[in-house]
Design a protein around this ligand. Structure first.
Ligand SMILES: NC(=O)c1ccc[n+]([C@@H]2O[C@H](COP(=O)([O-])OP(=O)(O)OC[C@H]3O[C@@H](n4cnc5c(N)ncnc54)[C@H](OP(=O)(O)O)[C@@H]3O)[C@@H](O)[C@H]2O)c1
Length: 314
């Protein structure tokens, strides 16, 4: 008789076989050395490591970032003649058209687009607007304007950029690749609310939902979404809600930042997600349950989030 526990053995096995066959299917269409990979946001961090790994397996790689010197360094680090570096802002329409023209001329198209670029925002919203919760003061006009400027920078870096990239590169992917893929590096903060990350999480969430809807509108393209928790590195330096250096802001470093994910592991999982056409990857994987738990027991998740960010409510 077929018992329920048989499912526990057979289901993961079927799942693994399905992934393997999807990987083999893509590789039978495009060999690793023929793959043409565009990485938006590859001048540092996770995108840079993804560039190294694709270059190592022989792919053609295009490294994009705004800092010219860093782009040049990453191209050198890739150590192949197959790497192109372009200094460009992915939220700038002219820049993205320039990248598209260059890749069409050099490679006659692209197979994989990795959207790694993004900016952080690290402070409680009312603190950004200069509200002093101890004095119970109202936000000043200047404070509200400061918060709006920070939000506009977050929207540009985390939503407009991915949107411009999608509009610019989806038609090129469809026209020129026999197995087109798009990978968006989103964040756990896009699906599980966290204190001090209201601006960051909400803007990352906007691009995640945008790309999830695009995946339905363009079924011929395989979309993957990687949602990491805190990753080692210097992402905090890109914060768009920083005060001037003379004013001290409260520090809300996650309490578990010492156990942050390794850049190498995240980069490896991103490439694997593209190879296997995985849809949504939580890192660590247990956080998929955290997302579900929020809808079942929100107060528990809120408490854990406050602990993680060492946050005390007023
Ligand atoms: N680090 C974390 O804890 C963490 C956790 C979860 C998710 N993530 C996500 O992972 C992604 C990569 O972050 P990371 O940790 O690798 O940080 P990072 O080292 O700051 O890398 C971000 C990259 O994006 C580029 N970039 C930013 N804005 C850009 C723009 N407008 N146009 C072109 N390039 C742009 C940066 O280069 P330029 O400055 O040279 O333009 C840099 O190469 C981000 O999307 C982030 O939201 C990070």
């Amino acid at each position: 008789m077929f018992r329920a526990w048989n499912f526990l053995v057979i289901l993961p096995l079927l799942f693994a076989l399905r992934k393997l066959s999807r990987k083999q299917r893509r590789q039978s269409i495009i060999s690793q050395s023929d793959e043409r990979v565009l990485i938006l946001g590859a001048s540092s961090g996770i995108g840079r490591r993804i560039a190294h790994k694709y270059a190592l397996r022989g792919a053609r790689v295009c490294v994009v970032g705004r800092r010219d010197d860093k782009v040049t360094v990453v191209v050198k680090e890739c150590e192949t003649d197959n790497t192109i570096g372009i200094t460009a802002d992915f939220g700038n329409v002219g820049d993205m058209i320039r990248v598209r023209s260059k890749l069409e001329k050099e490679w006659a198209g692209i197979d994989t687009v990795v959207v790694a670029a993004g900016v952080s925002a690290l402070r409680p919203l009312l603190e950004v607007a200069g509200v002093n919760s101890e004095q119970n003061s109202d936000a000043s006009e200047a404070g509200i304007k400061f918060a709006v400027n920070a939000a506009e920078a977050a929207i540009k870096g985390n939503y407009i950029g991915p949107m411009v990239a999608a509009i610019t590169f989806i038609p090129l992917l469809r026209r020129t690749s026999r197995s087109p893929s798009i990978l968006l590096i989103s964040s756990l903060g896009a699906v599980i609310p966290a204190p001090t990350r209201s601006m960051y999480g909400s803007t990352k969430s906007a691009s995640l939902l945008l790309y999830q809807a695009l995946a339905i509108e363009h079924p011929s393209i395989k979309f993957s979404f990687v949602l990491p928790s805190t990753v080692e590195g210097d992402f905090r330096a890109s914060a768009v809600d920083q005060l001037s250096s003379t004013i001290q802001a409260s520090d809300h470093t996650p309490t578990d930042s010492k156990s942050a994910l390794q850049i190498d592991d995240v980069a490896q999982r991103c490439i694997q997600a593209v190879d296997q056409a995985d849809k949504v990857i939580f890192m660590p994987g247990t956080m998929r349950l955290g997302h579900l738990l929020y809808w079942l027991w929100p107060s528990f998740v809120e408490k854990k989030a406050m602990e993680k960010y060492n946050f005390t409510a007023d």
